[in-house]
Each structure stands twice: as structure tokens, then as C-alpha cells.
Design a protein around this ligand. Structure first.
Ligand code: 6PG
Length: 245
């Protein structure tokens, strides 16, 4: 079983399989609690490869009938500026692992659309989607019940990269991330939006994450890395890791 260390809420699984089990059990328990309280559970999904096994497990016979899919709203923390059919698309990854395998009402799926003219327009449309889905008044922030984040080897979360100007934005819900080093371009939610979440699960698995995880936990980079800025004022961050990380 995973165990939580005292100070930091870090859960250590034996391996990726156990990490996925622990994460899914926690997502299920949280969704049941929030749905009982508020009738709806809003989750922002992470892209990348780590969460694939988590989404697939949610759609597996062990769990598919335990989630109240009709009350869960799926958003994305970021998206690559590619077509939804592209293998690099975060939407495609989630659709293959989860959305096409369980019965989720189409109105509960809120992708970051990439069929607009450019990433800025997509970001603006996604902000509108957030405003209407969370019924926000002017200047209000959406409070996700849960945001899933992976951790990049450079300490990035979503598509908020170290030293990027997007990290400093305080007046946007979602923004484009474009630059010659950013291939493909991205659309990402912003740090203030992430820090409004009730729960954030950081998903860190595999040997290749050992170095960045150690650096982050030791406060390297004098806490300037994006992941070190994930610090929800009223929310909780849980780190799900495994032995190899
Ligand atoms: C993406 C993700 C990104 C990812 C990290 C870790 O669009 O790729 O949002 O932030 O979570 O890069 O990726 P892995 O899980 O593949 O290691």
C-alpha cells in the first residue's frame, strides 16, 4: 500500500501499477464526496504519458461502473496545438484511454479546441468555456475540485515552462504558449487558476523523474520552478510517486 510521509503529502507506491491504483481510488473517493456535496465534480486532466494508465484504469471493469460519469465534467490543463487526431494531442490520449470507453455525456467534456486560427484564439475560447461552465462573474476564478498535473523533467507543469512569461500572468485563465523552442505550440491554464483548485494531484512516476523530483523536494532553483509555484491557498497538493521516481 502507498504511505504518506508526514510533512509533505507524498504518497509512495511500489510501482506505476500501484500508483495508478492509488490515484484512481483517490479520484473516486473525492468525486463521490464532492458530488454528494455539490452535485458535480469538475476535474482538469493532465496530458503526457504518466496519466494514461490512470485514465485506462478509470475505464476498466474494476472502476467503470463506480464513477458517476453523468456528474463529472472533464477539462484539460493544457493541450498541444495539433489536431485532435494527432498522436501528440492530449485530447486524443484521454479519448483513447477513457472517453471512448465509458458513457460520458458529450456536454461534460470540455476540450481545449485547436481548430481555431491560432493558439491565442483557442485560449480565449477556452476561457469563455470556463466562464460559462463555472458560471463565473467578472473577475471570478474557477475552482476545480481536482487538477491532475504531471511533472516535466525541467520542472514544468501543464505547459508552464521554467522562466516563461506565462508564469507571471495573473489576469488570464488560459493562455497560448508559443515560441521557437515550443514545438508544438500549446494552450495552458495559468498558475493562478491552478492555485484555485481544491485538490491538486501531482503524478510522478519512473526513473527519469528521480532527478527532478529530488531537486524539487530539496528546494533547488530557489523555488522558482513552475511546480514549486503550485501552492493552492485553500487547496491541498498530493504528490503521487513510485519507488523508481
Ligand atoms: C503535456 C503535459 C505535461 C506533462 C509533463 C510530464 O501536455 O505533456 O501537460 O505537463 O504532464 O511533461 O509528462 P509525462 O507524464 O509524459 O512524463
Amino acid at each position: 500500500m502507498s504511505k504518506e510521509t508526514s510533512k509533505l503529502r507524498l504518497r509512495l507506491a511500489k510501482n506505476y501499477e500501484e500508483l495508478c491504483q492509488d490515484v484512481v481510488r483517490n479520484i473516486l473517493a473525492l468525486s463521490e464526496k464532492i458530488i454528494a456535496l455539490r452535485g458535480r465534480f469538475a476535474i482538469a486532466l493532465s496530458g503526457g504519458s504518466t496519466p494514461k494508465g490512470i485514465y485506462a484504469l478509470m475505464a476498466s471493469p474494476d472502476y467503470r461502473n463506480r464513477f458517476q460519469w453523468e456528474k463529472i465534467h472533464f477539462f484539460w490543463g493544457d493541450e498541444r496545438w495539433v489536431s485532435p487526431e494527432d498522436v501528440k494531442s492530449n485530447y486524443r490520449m484521454v479519448a483513447e484511454a477513457l472517453l471512448t470507453r465509458v458513457d460520458i455525456p458529450p456536454g461534460n467534456i470540455h476540450p481545449i479546441r485547436t481548430d481555431h486560427e491560432n493558439p491565442e484564439i483557442s485560449a480565449a475560447f477556452y476561457e469563455k468555456e470556463l466562464v460559462s461552465s463555472f458560471n463565473l462573474k467578472n473577475g471570478e476564478w474557477p475552482h476545480f475540485d481536482l487538477i491532475l498535473l504531471g511533472l516535466g523533467n525541467d520542472g514544468h507543469v501543464a505547459s508552464l515552462f521554467p522562466g516563461s512569461p506565462e508564469l507571471l500572468l495573473t489576469n488570464r485563465l488560459a493562455v497560448p504558449v508559443v515560441g521557437e523552442k515550443i514545438e508544438p505550440s500549446r494552450v495552458t491554464v495559468t498558475l493562478p487558476l491552478i492555485n484555485q483548485a481544491e485538490f491538486i494531484f501531482l503524478l510522478i512516476s519512473g526513473r527519469e523523474k528521480a532527478e527532478i523530483l529530488k531537486a524539487v523536494l530539496e528546494g533547488a532553483g530557489n523555488n522558482s520552478l513552475p511546480v514549486q509555484k503550485v501552492n493552492p491557498q485553500d487547496g491541498e497538493v498530493l504528490w503521487f510517486t513510485d519507488q523508481s521516481a
